[in-house]
Design a protein around this ligand. Structure first.
Ligand SMILES: [Zn+2]
Ligand SMILES: [Zn+2]
Length: 211
């Protein structure tokens, strides 16, 4: 937020000061196409800038929250740690961590991601987004190269968790990226985009947060 650039009595909903700034952070370099896609989708809703950062020790940090009996990372504890180590951010600044581990929350067998509702920090766990994770378990019905399928799933989960940081709850529209995914098949069935209703809610969240 740059308060001195806000002119008194401005009526513009989308002046420079409410540019959404998303930072995708991973322990591996993320592809440019992913950044461009996320930026394009969000830019149709609100002015958005997406950047990437590599955090070399992110995987080791995540593994500190590993439950050895389950072989999974405790998503809530990791989120809490990342929240505390990040420090205060403006509502329009979102940090999305992309980590190649399997994770859970105490009431669920696994999670694809976790986010602070109306907050700044989100995490996407990619282990179960990988087609090879499910080989022999769930029949592969999508005729797409595995790398492409993985990338599409990653786009969807990043947009989904970002949506929660923008105050969106789960959407009943099964095609909407904000619909809840119980299985990887649900992830594949939804589109990598927000429905009109969720798009409007993002605009409203950002507009309300201005005041
Ligand atoms: Zn969700
Ligand atoms: Zn929706």
């Amino acid at each position: 937020m740059v308060p001195h650039l806000v002119s008194e009595g401005t009526t513009s909903s989308f002046s420079f000061d409410n540019m959404l700034r998303v930072l995708l952070i991973s322990h591996v370099p993320l592809p440019d196409s992913l950044v461009e896609y996320i930026e394009d989708v969000l830019n149709r809703i609100v002015p958005t800038e997406v950047d990437i950062a590599v955090m070399a020790d992110l995987l080791e940090i995540a593994e500190e929250f590993l439950d050895p009996a389950r072989g999974q990372v405790n998503a809530e504890k990791l989120l809490e740690y990342l929240r505390e180590s990040t420090g205060p951010l403006d509502f329009l600044e979102k940090h999305v961590y992309v980590i190649d581990v399997d994770a859970y929350v105490p009431r669920l067998n696994f999670v694809f991601g976790i986010a602070e509702m109306c907050g700044n920090i989100a995490i996407v766990f990619t282990r179960r987004l990988r087609p090879e994770f499910w080989s022999g378990v769930i029949p592969q019905v999508i005729d797409r190269p595995p790398e492409l399928l993985f990338l599409e799933r990653l786009e969807k989960e990043i947009l989904h968790e970002l949506g929660h940081t923008l105050c969106l709850e789960h959407c009943s529209n099964r095609k909407c990226v904000m619909s809840f995914s119980n299985t990887i098949l649900d992830v594949d069935a939804k589109e990598a985009d927000y429905c009109r209703y969720c798009s409007e809610k993002i605009r409203a969240a950002i507009t309300w947060r201005k005041f």
